[in-house]
Ligand binder design. Structure first.
Ligand code: ADP
Length: 218
């Protein structure tokens, strides 16, 4: 198995954020936070609260087109002028995996003459070319996984399901394939809820007790 997916709970996010809050506040007093959208938006908002920072903005980087499929290089989406001259900035993202997004944002932000910049992520994978100043957990690249964050469950499961679904499959077959192909253990009631929502959104077809892709996406 070369692809693992791990569902992350809100409790886990809270623990990681609390942990990085402690690390940051021991050595840095930022004036403002820049979130890297989209993955860094929620951790940045939580950290802004925990660190009493009201000045929170975001820049958008794009790298992974489809879940765990690097679609070429990271790019910065139209960031404009950030007005951060002289500010002590904290850049927040969810994970440094290749490190490309953080590097790109860091270089761009440095050009705008902030007084100081520090970077923080919840998770840092050892293969990343960019090492953030603070992170909660380091993940050995041998244990690489695609982390399904609670704010990305629909998008990630949509991608994983489209890789799993072949012809018509039962609920149990889908559950087993997610386990076999991605080592993903997902609570049956959550999977059932998601499949139901996907059916309502027209992303999956249900006939009796089987599921398949809609004809146009097969
Ligand atoms: P980074 O600089 O964070 O390594 P990448 O360019 O590799 O950035 O990835 C950009 C974004 O893609 C991350 O901020 C995150 O939202 C998402 N991402 C990358 N790798 C993973 C992963 N292993 N699990 C979940 N999300 C990921």
């Amino acid at each position: 198995m070369d692809f693992r997916a791990r569902l992350v709970s809100w409790e886990q996010i809270d623990k990681w954020c609390e942990n990085i809050r402690e690390k940051v506040s021991n050595s840095y007093r930022p004036d403002m936070i820049i979130a890297l959208a989209r993955g860094g938006l929620v951790p940045a908002r939580v950290l802004a609260d925990m660190l009493w920072i009201k000045d929170l903005i975001s820049v958008k980087t794009e790298h992974w087109g489809i879940t765990a499929t690097a679609s070429g290089k990271a790019v910065l989406k139209d960031p404009g002028n950030l007005n951060i001259e002289g500010k002590r900035v904290l850049i927040v993202d969810d994970i440094t995996d290749t490190g490309q997004s953080m590097k790109l944002a860091y270089d761009f932000i440095m050009k705008q003459k902030p007084a100081e910049v520090r970077t923080v992520t919840m998770l840092h994978i050892t293969r990343s070319s960019f090492i953030p100043d603070f992170f909660s957990e380091i993940v050995d690249e041998k244990n690489w996984a695609w982390f399904i964050f609670p704010w990305n469950v629909y998008e990630d499961l949509d991608n994983l399901l489209s890789r799993v679904l072949k012809g018509r499959m039962t609920f149990t077959q889908i559950e087993n394939e997610l386990k076999d192909q991605f080592n993903l253990n997902i609570d049956s009631s959550l999977l059932s809820h998601i499949l139901d929502e996907f059916r309502k959104a027209g992303r999956i077809v249900q006939e009796d007790h089987t599921f398949s892709k809609p004809p146009e996406s097969q």
